[in-house]
Design a protein around this ligand. Sequence first.
Ligand code: ZN
Length: 109
Amino acid sequence: MRYKGFDCRVLKESGTQAYIEVDRGNEYERGWVNKTEIEDYNYVQTLMKIAECNDCGMPYGSDDWIDTVLSNEQWKMICPNDALLCANCIIKRASKLDGITIAKMELIF
Ligand SMILES: [Zn+2]
């Protein structure tokens, strides 16, 4: 998705507003914007509705879905086939990797 010429992603939604993270190249900026200001928003929303967790089937974007951030290296170890996973299934898969003992979390509102 694009917002005013920059790549962005939607972190949460409320009515006509979306809370987005804008990639400004060397920094990320977050804030509430009107959904109509986001290019490709409707297209992406359609994709989100049909996407689901590869392991448990939870629909992407449902109320129980929490976006999760991992390094590329960690993601390749957990999900080599690059499927879509919910946070719960990411932890389940990570718990089966050698040497993984803890998952540190930061909750962002
Ligand atoms: Zn899942």
